[in-house]
Design a protein around this ligand. Structure first.
Ligand code: 13P
Length: 268
C-alpha cells in the first residue's frame, strides 16, 4: 500500500523566526496523534529552511525546497542548488509549481533536468502537473497531464519512477476560491495512473504516489483524500498556520487508517 502524504508549500510566506514558531506549534498539536503511517512535509522559503529543519529536528515532519537549479554549482546568480538543499536539511524538493511555470518561464524540459539531479542527490522530487482553465474547457486535461508527466520523467528508468511524488494541481484551482470537485479529481488521478501503467508499467502505476493540490482546506480535504487514487493532500493557504496544517494531517491520518482497513477487507 502507498504511504499517504500531507504537505504544505509556504510559498513566499513565513520567515525564519515564524518558521521556528510554526514548527513548535505544529509539533505540540501533533503530540497526541499517531502520524507514523503517513509522510509529512513542509516547504519553507529558502531563508527559513535552516530554522525550520532545526525546529522540526528528529520529528517526522520533513522539510523541502520550493525549487532548485538543474546544475550543482556555478555562475547562476540568485539560484540554489540541490547540495545546498541537502545541507539545509531538506528531504524533498518541489518542481514545476504552476506559479514558477507562469511567472518564471519554467518549462518541463528544465524540470526534467531538475528531477534527474534531485534523484541523484537523494531528494524526493514533488513534481507538479496540471492543466490551465483553457485546456480544461477544451477537454484536453488528460492529454496535457500525459505530456507533462512523460517530459518530466524522460530518461529515468521505470524502477525510479516510484521515487518521485506526482502532485496533480489544476492551475485553475490554485490560490482560488474552490478546489476541483472530488469527481473531477478522481477522474484525473485515474487518468494519471493509466498513463503511468501504459508508459512506465504496472509497478510504477501501483507504487507512485499521486497527491492533490489546489484550494484544499479541512472541509473539502476529507472527500478528496478518501478517493482511492489520491495518496495525499498538498496545501497552500489553509496550512500557513500550524492549526490549519494540523487539521489536514488529522484527515490524512484518518484516511490512511480507512484505506488500510478496506485493503485488508478486500484481501481477506
Ligand atoms: P492553495 O492551497 O493556496 O490553493 O495552494 C495550493 C498550492 O499551490 C500547493 O502547491
Amino acid at each position: 500500500m502507498r504511504r499517504l502524504v500531507a504537505g504544505t508549500g509556504w510559498k513566499m510566506n513565513i520567515g525564519a523566526a515564524d518558521a521556528a514558531r510554526y514548527a513548535t506549534d505544529l509539533l505540540r498539536r501533533l503530540a497526541k496523534l499517531d502520524c507514523t503511517a503517513i509522510d509529512m512535509f513542509v516547504l519553507p522559503p529558502f531563508t527559513s529552511l535552516h530554522a525550520a529543519a532545526a525546529a522540526f529536528g528528529e520529528s517526522p515532519v520533513a522539510t523541502g525546497g520550493q525549487n532548485m537549479h538543474w546544475e550543482e554549482s556555478g555562475g547562476w546568480t540568485g539560484e540554489i542548488s540541490a547540495p545546498m538543499l541537502v545541507e539545509a536539511g531538506c528531504r524533498y524538493v518541489e518542481l514545476a509549481h504552476s506559479e514558477r511555470l507562469q511567472h518564471f518561464g519554467e518549462t518541463y524540459e528544465l524540470v526534467r533536468r531538475k528531477v534527474d539531479l534531485a534523484l541523484r542527490s537523494s531528494l524526493t522530487p514533488i513534481i507538479c502537473l496540471g492543466e490551465t482553465a483553457l485546456e480544461k474547457r477544451e477537454g484536453r486535461a488528460d492529454e496535457v497531464l500525459a505530456a507533462q508527466l512523460l517530459a518530466a520523467l524522460a530518461g529515468q528508468p521505470d524502477a525510479r519512477v516510484p521515487d518521485v511524488i506526482l502532485a496533480y494541481e489544476p492551475r485553475w484551482a490554485i490560490g482560488t476560491a474552490q478546489a476541483a470537485s472530488p469527481e473531477y479529481v478522481a477522474a484525473r488521478h485515474r487518468a494519471l495512473r493509466d498513463i503511468l501503467r501504459q508508459h512506465r508499467g504496472p509497478d510504477a502505476a501501483e507504487r507512485t504516489r499521486l497527491i492533490y493540490g489546489g484550494s484544499v482546506d479541512p472541509e473539502n480535504g476529507k472527500d478528496i483524500i478518501s478517493i482511492a487514487d489520491v495518496d495525499g493532500l498538498f496545501v497552500g493557504r489553509a496550512a500557513w498556520k500550524a492549526e490549519g496544517f494540523a487539521k489536514i494531517i488529522e484527515l490524512v491520518v484518518a484516511a490512511a487508517q480507512g484505506k488500510s482497513a478496506s485493503l485488508t477487507a478486500a484481501t481477506a
